[in-house]
Design a protein around this ligand. Structure first.
Ligand code: HEC
Length: 188
């Protein structure tokens, strides 16, 4: 058998890989249920609403880092739905929702394009976060609950650090200090 020259072998391989990448990225035929195609903005709204509610449920879980009392039942009741919600999270990121615009002050989505460059890692981080919530939902005892709470929050931060646009608080400018409050107030 004649051995292919190395460059030719590489060419065959890259062509094959390109073919499979195209197949993987091929958009599904339009049809009922492909909401990523028909309603991408609704998908973005849904994942943002989900995240906001996860954040609300996190309140008692975060609080035990600084409070003396730990109500295990209440914490389990908050962590259980968080785990279920986090299982849904990665499925709300079809490529049609890669719409982050860095030039806009209030972008329609804060999800960075890296998500779709490295979807495997994104998917893994979502699963890890869901698992951390499950641990929180069953942990017993003050210290184990505190540890689980820290790890759950760390799992949110791990994903946000990589894939969520950083929040840039408005910076205080020198001109702010020199602002003439007296005359501004007098004008009113
Ligand atoms: C696998 C990645 C990932 C994990 C894990 C994750 N998030 Fe998020 N989160 C995102 C992305 C991406 C967005 C931006 C969504 C958008 O704007 O489209 C977001 C947005 C948010 C927002 C802002 C929602 C808004 O109003 O736009 C909050 C609050 C939030 N996440 C809380 C949490 C909390 C709390 C956890 C952990 C319990 C968590 N997230 C876990 C990826 C993640």
């Amino acid at each position: 058998m004649k051995v292919l020259p190395a460059t030719m072998g590489l060419l065959v391989l890259t062509t094959a890989l390109a073919g499979s990448a195209i197949a993987a990225n091929a958009a599904p035929a339009r049809g009922p249920g492909w909401t990523g195609l028909t309603n991408p903005q609704d998908v973005i709204t849904a994942r943002q609403a989900l995240m906001e509610h996860i954040e609300e449920l996190m309140e008692p879980i975060d609080t035990i880092q600084v409070s003396d009392t730990v109500d295990a039942e209440k914490l389990h009741a908050a962590a259980e739905p968080i785990a279920a919600m986090l299982l849904a999270v990665p499925h709300l990121f079809p490529p049609t929702t890669n719409r982050y615009d860095p030039k806009v002050l209030m972008p329609v989505t804060l999800a960075l394009p890296w998500i779709w460059k490295d979807f495997g890692s994104f998917y893994t981080l979502a699963a890890a976060s869901a698992r951390a919530a499950e641990v929180m939902a069953t942990a017993q005892g003050k210290e184990p609950l505190r540890v689980a709470s820290r790890q759950l929050r760390a799992s949110c931060d791990a994903c946000h650090t990589l894939y969520l646009r950083k929040y840039n608080p408005p910076k205080v400018q020198d001109s702010d200090y020199q602002f003439d409050f007296d005359s501004a107030l007098r004008k009113q």
